[in-house]
Design a protein around this ligand. Structure first.
Ligand SMILES: Cc1ncc(COP(=O)(O)O)c(C=O)c1O
Length: 411
């Protein structure tokens, strides 16, 4: 890789770009030419510090809000936030053990990260992405918005578990040079299943493939916590972030929406080589992350915030176990599919002993209409016949849900 051609990558950052795998990968071959030509966004504030700011047409009188407090003062909402959000980036870098904040990108939720990657690396009307359904729906939606074709290689459903069809994925990647990105989801949504480390490594090392590999780890704190508790995954790395310093073709995306409980704040993270992060920063709108979002993200990523997150994830893991036990005791509930590595479960609704889409649709509708209870109907997804996806809530919420399902399936 020759990172000097990426605008905004200075000598210091350049010296951090040490990834040496895979040998055939050159970032410049993947970035759309119009994106490669973008200069980093410049503001005087990158260069100087000043007490009196009259450069950005802000309102010196402050925010016109009705409830002011120390917190709202700290947010400095009448000012544009610093585009590099260095404090938040540093905290995220430390959390995931990255070598430097230059490896960390912040976006407006991981949905923005997904869309941005498509905009940066796939030429509309020409390039393709590879996804492995059943998977997160936004990959396809973002691809359609960006006029990028989707190639699907379904996950293998073996008994109740989902796995990557590695030979088929590799064959497809190698035979189609227009595939610029492979998006893997681990733990998957709606599968709830962590992908095997060897499968991810095989995709990263795919011979002759010159595109990027994205691993979406929106739910990664759940298996990480189980690993820390020595409940599961004791002998394999759970997250792919440790591979980022080694692999120039890897982007790992994460989010504060799940384990950190900040879905409303819209803060997504991506970890990749500095040159890749720079390309994404050059492309995004400079102030897309709001001052309140950055403020709350920094709180969540503080040592106390992280401790809170770990405790909460442990509670949710316990709640998940109880929810699975309760579901499995209900007649006409079939298998709980996947390996349950996230904060939801995917369960089959049966009719006459077989998964039934008709009955899953009925349960989904009646729960919403008559019980004021929303679950996600996934029965039309590949490999998810008769399935609904239920988020793990608090014990009383889960009990209400399982009792309502029991009542409906018994009647
Ligand atoms: C696998 C996966 N990736 C990304 C997202 C989007 O997360 P965010 O809230 O950060 O946009 C979700 C949300 O449900 C998800 O399930």
């Amino acid at each position: 890789m020759t990172p000097m051609t990426i605008l905004g990558v200075d000598e210091r950052v350049n010296s951090l770009c040490k990834a040496h795998k895979p040998s055939q990968f050159r970032l410049e071959d993947v970035v759309r030419p119009n994106i490669l030509a973008l200069q980093p966004y410049y503001t005087e504030r990158d260069e100087y510090e000043a007490a009196l700011l009259l450069d950005a047409n802000e309102n010196s009188y402050g925010p016109m809000i009705t409830e002011k407090s120390e917190v709202t003062d700290a947010m400095q909402m009448h000012r544009y936030p610093a585009p590099d959000l260095m404090g938040t980036r540093q905290a995220a870098t430390k959390l995931r053990n990255m070598p430097d904040p230059a490896f960390t990108f912040l976006g407006v939720g991981s949905d923005e990260v997904i869309d941005l990657m498509l905009r940066c690396f796939a030429r509309p009307g020409k390039d393709k992405i590879l996804i492995c359904p059943p998977t997160y729906s936004m990959y396809k939606i973002s691809a359609m918005v960006n006029d990028v074709e989707v190639v699907a290689v379904p996950l293998i459903l073996d008994g109740k578990s989902f796995a990557l069809d590695v030979p088929k994925v590799l064959e497809t990647m190698q035979n189609d040079p227009l595939i610029k990105m492979v998006i893997l989801c681990s733990p998957g949504n709606p599968t709830g299943s962590l992908l095997a480390r060897e499968s991810i490594s095989a995709v990263l090392n795919c011979p002759n493939y010159r595109g990027l590999v994205v691993v979406d780890e929106a739910y990664i704190d759940f298996p990480l916590e189980e690993q820390a508790m020595k409940l599961r995954y004791v002998d394999q790395p759970v997250s792919a972030v440790d591979l980022v310093p080694e692999y120039a073709n890897l982007i790992v995306s994460q989010t504060l929406s799940k384990s950190f409980g900040l879905a409303g704040v819209r803060l997504g993270l991506a970890f990749a080589q500095p040159a890749t992060v720079q390309i994404m920063n050059n492309t995004k709108a400079p102030y897309s992350i709001s001052a309140p979002s950055a403020y709350y993200a920094s709180q969540a990523l503080s040592p106390e915030g992280i401790k809170k997150m770990h405790n909460c994830v442990r509670t949710m893991i316990q709640n998940r176990t109880e929810m699975i036990e309760a579901l499995q005791s209900i007649p006409n509930i079939g298998r709980v599919l996947g390996t349950n590595d996230a904060n939801f479960v995917l369960v089959e609704i049966l009719k006459d002993g077989r998964p039934s889409n008709e009955r899953a649709c009925y349960i989904h509708r009646v729960l919403a209409q008559e019980h004021g209870l929303m679950v996600r109907n996934r029965c039309h997804e590949l490999g998810c016949e008769g399935c609904i996806r239920i988020s793990v809530g608090k014990p009383e919420e889960n009990q209400r849900c399982t009792q309502a399902i029991r009542q409906l399936l018994q009647s």
